[in-house]
Design a protein around this ligand. Sequence first.
Ligand SMILES: [Fe+2]
Ligand SMILES: [Fe+2]
Length: 355
Amino acid sequence: MYSTKKIAGSLVRQLSPRLTYKATFRTLIDQPTNGFLTGASCFLNGSRGLPAVKPGMEEWVRFPVMGVRKASTLALGDEEQREEKGLTETGSAGGQSDGPDKKAVISYWGVSPAKLIKEDGTEWKWKSFRPWEAYEPDLSIDLKKHHVPRNFMDKFAYWTVKALRFPTDVFFQRRYGCRAMMLETVAAVPGMVGGMLLHCKSLRRFEHSGGWIKALLEEAENERMHLMTFMEVAKPRWYERALVMTVQGVFFNAYFLAYLISPKLSHRIVGYLEEEAIHSYTEFLKELDKGTIENVKAPAIAIDYWRLPADSTLRDVVMVVRADEAHHRDVNHYASDIHVQGHELKESAAPLGYH
Ligand SMILES: [Fe+2]
Ligand SMILES: [Fe+2]
């Protein structure tokens, strides 16, 4: 008798939280709570220290991850909970849409995907970035600005970049789509390396970074989004993938060492690389205008990332990417100038918020 009671009690303890959890999750999905509305309102109004809402963002609806996290944790009860792999719920996994019939995994850890709705009523389909990370680039930025090499370091950086350009021109010729895709795999490295090293420095020295960690990581992410865009219009071949792996292995380590030894030289090199990128994208535009490269429809990811009109073309994409490169040029030459003038980056506020 005692044994039967014990077994029944154990079963109830095991099953109850799971049943409760399912019910709670569905409620949150179907009927958002007041907590959600409050959270969304704070987000949209830019309170709690969050940045002000960018134009066009007012209509975004963000389903709170934290609301679901709290509820699921409460429902779970104690540490006896175990991951239940068989539980699923219909809906997108919160990224590039998997279609309405795709089932998403429910996590006991409260890490539920946020569901976002676009202005046109369709679901936001990108996993890698959210609507509030999309932006309208500054197309009025001066594309012709050039840092005239003044001292030995400048000249070394300038001629290093010019020397790197030569094999690139030989390899790609006028295949600018392919060239852009391949070079973006390299361009996304310096920001990540610099950001990582400044991050570690901030930890070691117990000091702020002046926003430079975030600025450099933003640059890396922006460059990676250029790659995600161009790979929609130019597919890499096997030997190009092999080349990327080799170049990344060499370049990552070389830039890592260079940044440890001389951040001012490293930023100057990137500044000149960005000047070359502007030149390459200008040539890309000329080929598009001549008709030697087909001006196809802009990839969907580009339309959402740069908030472009729905009927945008590849030319519009190249225009905004080129504006991004001009911004990277300015940021990196500025960073180098700060060092050259005998200061540390943290002493000058980083140009945050462009992306
Ligand atoms: Fe880029
Ligand atoms: Fe760039």
